[in-house]
Design a protein around this ligand. Structure first.
Ligand SMILES: C[S@@+](CC[C@H](N)C(=O)[O-])C[C@H]1O[C@@H](n2cnc3c(N)ncnc32)[C@H](O)[C@@H]1O
Length: 305
């Protein structure tokens, strides 16, 4: 089955509503599952507990300042086997395919393309499905891990005629040497990348992205929400700040509230188009496990003058 067929399949299984708790093990996942007061209280207590004993200041400094080193080791260890291909791009961000269809249907013979820029692309979990289904696209993508970019470039689907993957640190002050032109990008994609960046650098990173967007262009964002299972699972002495943790492998994970994401992007001059909390209950039927995930998904647009 090709990626595109699989994208369509993902779309069809949305809206799985859990009306009868006794049937919870009948599906692999349920959408928009509300937490009861007891669950909310338990989550707050877990976070209070795991953040009460913080990481030492020295270790925190190392992890915050040398994030690149830890991601480089991550990709050398896992290659491209860790992050699943993002096969849901079509259903969550249909705007990209719609822009592609408009170009195809216009019969325009010119070289015009939908310009996409993925930030923190890793080894290509988003770029590869994108290249497969958005035929009239040109995709820029960057990551500060040289190993990740090398893996992506080694894939047979990687075609330099329609994709430019480059090594760059999103927290750099100057982006003048990046291959992307200001005001040239239709869609910026940022999936689970901002959470890997230390909070004081987030506004500067977003300012870079705004600069590259065309007026009318959009940023698509998806990342961890506060009280996601991943946050609750941290142990004491892994917390490097409020809602900020260091994983065993040295990589950072920040857990956002919807309001924080709103403020970060609207303060950069963008208009909020979507800000949703995706409360998903994932069911592991083999192991009888229920996992409550919290992801934030947003769309922001750059106003036209
Ligand atoms: C959690 S992974 C997500 C990868 C991919 N976006 C996905 O959703 O599968 C975070 C990615 O952000 C990259 N990253 C973290 N901080 C970065 C920075 N300052 N500049 C560029 N890339 C960064 C990491 O190397 C890693 O590939």
């Amino acid at each position: 089955m090709d990626e595109f067929t699989d994208l369509k399949r993902t779309e069809r299984v949305r809206n799985r509503t859990l009306d009868d708790v006794s049937k919870v093990f009948e599906k692999n996942a349920w959408d928009d599952v509300e937490w009861n007061d007891e669950q909310k209280q338990a989550a707050v207590e877990k976070v209070n507990f795991n953040s009460a004993t913080p990481l030492s200041e020295e270790d925190s400094r190392d992890y915050l300042l040398n994030a690149g080193k830890h991601w480089e080791s991550f990709y050398k260890k896992h290659n491209d086997q860790f992050f699943k291909l993002r096969k849901w791009l079509d259903s969550e961000f249909p705007e990209i395919l719609e822009a592609n269809s408009r170009l195809v249907e216009s019969g325009n013979e010119s070289d015009e393309r939908v310009v996409v820029f993925e930030t923190g692309c890793g080894a290509g979990s988003t770029v590869l499905p994108l290249l497969e289904c958005v035929k009239k696209s040109f995709v820029y993508c960057c990551d500060f891990s040289e190993a990740a970019i090398a893996l992506l470039k080694s894939r047979p689907q990687y075609d330099p005629a329609v994709c430019n993957a480059f090594v760059a640190d999103l927290t750099e002050d100057s982006t003048d040497h990046w291959p992307v032109q200001p005001n040239s990008v239709d869609f910026v994609i940022m999936l689970f990348t901002l959470s890997a960046i230390r909070p004081e650098k987030m506004p500067a990173v977003i300012a870079h992205l705004v600069k590259f967007l065309k007026p009318g262009g959009q940023i698509f964002f998806r990342d961890y929400g506060q009280y996601d299972l991943a946050q609750l699972r941290f142990k004491p002495a892994q917390c490097a700040g409020e809602n900020l943790y260091v994983r065993q492998d040295g990589t950072l994970a920040y857990f956002f509230t919807q309001e924080e994401v709103r403020n970060l992007f609207t303060n950069a001059g963008l208009k909020e188009e979507q800000n949703a909390l995706d409360k998903r209950l994932i069911v592991n039927r083999k192991r009888n496990l229920l996992m409550h995930r919290m992801w934030i998904q947003c769309k922001f647009s750059k106003p036209k003058p």
